[in-house]
Write a protein that binds this ligand. Sequence first.
Ligand code: COA
Length: 323
Amino acid sequence: MRTYARISSTGSALPEKILTNSDLEKMVDTDDQWIQDRTGIKQRHVAVDGETTSTLAVQAAKQALQRANMTADELDLIVVGTTTPDLVFPSTACLVQKALGCPGITAFDVNAACSGSIYALGVADKFIQTGQHKKALVIGAETLTRMVDWTDRATCVLFGDGASAIILEPSQEPGILSTHLHADGSHDDLLNATVGVSSGLKNEPNGGLKIRMKGNEVFKTAVLTLGKIVTQTLKANHMKKSDVDWLIPHQANLRIIAATAKKLNMDMDQVIVTVDKHGNTSAASVGLALDEAISSGKIKRGEVLLLEAFGGGFTWGSALIKY
Ligand code: COA
């Protein structure tokens, strides 16, 4: 009999500080209307001094643990999807493990940019399915605003900070039905962070670290790729579009989300949208949307959820889940 990884609980954390579109109007040549029309974003949360990817991750993890009625010492796996670790090492997963006080268990990071939450979920799903791990904490956490170029209006309006957490446990009842993880490194010129440890930092503020994106080309590839992956996911599970109750997409741009919903013949009221409040929180975004929908009672046990994401690499992925 197949063992499924099933979602026991979720949690989330957002920095208190909010940056609105009108705040951005004072920083770069942009306007609220342009940002809302082109992206759907109204505001984003921004980490302040003392807040890091790991502190947000720990906050989200504690909420998820409490909701699962579980203590950290029961965990045996921590996987963190992040592109903005506190440090190169120890990994963010190790920092989270230290803060939660559960030494000895498996803990590691996954870097798949905006697809980080789906990649982390896909990896943890496999660990649970083998039977070797029983209680997994899957985190997507980012402080992308720390590497935003605040003079580049084409990117600085897009990103926000946050963390989400999911606890998975084995079950004979269906949970995660399948995950699909993909990458194509040949488009690195379209979306990247400009410097790194091995390629060298620059003698500039922040070591020269900036996000660079050819937005329009990324947009077109994302729409096309996400359209294909939803078809692939349904086919792998012998399901029809109408079998999916909720679409929980990566929150990068409302127009990309709407295009994927259209591909699934879904009304927007079956789609979880948080991009207006959070902006693009990269690896945190799908989990944040999932947590909001579960906490608010929108998503109910037994419903079928399609999670998807696309991001730098390029990476993309999906998860079909019976909640
Ligand atoms: N405010 C006002 N004008 C802006 C602007 C801003 N913040 N940013 C760009 N513009 C301008 C451009 O300079 C350009 O002006 P021009 O026509 O005079 O040259 C015009 O708006 C159109 O720019 P373009 O980049 O073609 O806009 P777009 O409709 O593609 O929207 C994005 C830009 C970034 C919102 C969109 O391309 C996008 O969301 N891309 C994908 C994002 C994504 O998914 N990223 C990562 C994967 S996670």
